[in-house]
Design a protein around this ligand. Structure first.
Ligand SMILES: Nc1ncnc2c1ncn2[C@@H]1O[C@H](COP(=O)(O)OP(=O)(O)O)[C@@H](O)[C@H]1O
Ligand SMILES: [Mg+2]
Length: 247
């Protein structure tokens, strides 16, 4: 059964504010789907609508066949959709293990076994479990943020620009971790600004322009498409290798 089917999604930041003007997308089980598009296209807003942080004005959302209405983040977590936001996604002053515990707040009874699962999946988190999250590298912090999200046992994981601010090497490493998570069966919807790198690691892609689907299809085909390459290679920022994500 399809993990996520979104049709005709419309919404924004106020009653008359349509940032997302009709977006559709599908995520099959174990698939990694990326949403790419120019700055301001509405990619993060789509994730906020799907996470229940904003209320859609129109559209339908089905999670494993079940129609869901994003009334609140809590309702969406209950439906199995968990978002890892782009920024401030871990508590720097807390240890790695305390951050994981924060992710288990909906089901305290399961926290111990879920932490064991997170350590099995991401051994670096076990090695650093007593360290404050602020001492982690940018890439390690993103892994912690994913581990924290997995504590709620989602059926679908949504990632907003996981590689933002990472060095190219750290970004490649994180993409490999995200790919492995999808291959283990977790459906993932990932927004990325590193468009071409994201296409290389994803199964499917949706290109958003001005709040609407502009292109879509198998990621490999889009990566080879001259129109897409021009759209993203032309406007691509030079990767900053000197700066990792700061506190
Ligand atoms: N909190 C907000 N309040 C009002 N408008 C916002 C807010 N966040 C984003 N927007 C506007 O919504 C549009 C799309 O933003 P966003 O979804 O963040 O784009 P993307 O993630 O594709 O770069 C932009 O025009 C932006 O100015
Ligand atoms: Mg964004």
């Amino acid at each position: 059964m399809t993990a996520l089917v979104v049709e005709g999604l419309v919404g924004g930041y106020g009653p008359d504010d349509q940032v997302v003007k009709g977006v559709g997308l599908t995520v099959a089980p174990g698939r990694l789907v990326c949403v790419i598009g120019p700055n301001g296209a509405g990619k993060s807003t789509v994730l906020k609508l799907l996470a229940g942080l904003l209320r859609p004005m129109a559209g339908s959302i089905r999670v494993f066949g079940q129609a869901v209405t994003p009334a609140s983040p809590r309702a969406m977590i209950a439906a199995g959709c968990v978002l890892v936001p782009q920024e401030r996604n871990v508590f720097g002053a807390l240890t790695v293990e305390e951050n994981l515990l924060m992710g288990a707040y909906t089901e305290r009874g399961r926290a111990k076994s879920r932490i064991a699962e997170a350590y099995a999946r991401f051994p670096l988190l076990r090695e650093r479990r007593r360290q404050a999250a602020r001492t982690l590298s940018g890439g390690q912090r993103q892994v912690l943020a994913m581990g924290q999200a997995l504590m709620a046992a989602p059926r679908l994981l949504m990632l907003d620009e996981p590689t933002a601010g990472l060095s190219p090497v750290a970004a490649q490493e994180l993409f490999a971790t995200i790919r492995a998570l999808a291959d283990s069966g977790m459906p993932i919807l990932m927004v990325e600004q590193n468009a071409l790198d994201a296409l290389h690691v994803s199964d499917e892609a949706v290109v958003l322009v001005d709040g609407r689907n502009a292109h879509g299809g198998p990621a490999r085909a889009l990566a080879a498409d001259p129109t897409i390459r021009r759209l993203f290679l032309g406007g691509r920022a030079v990767p900053d290798t000197t700066k990792e994500m700061s506190a």
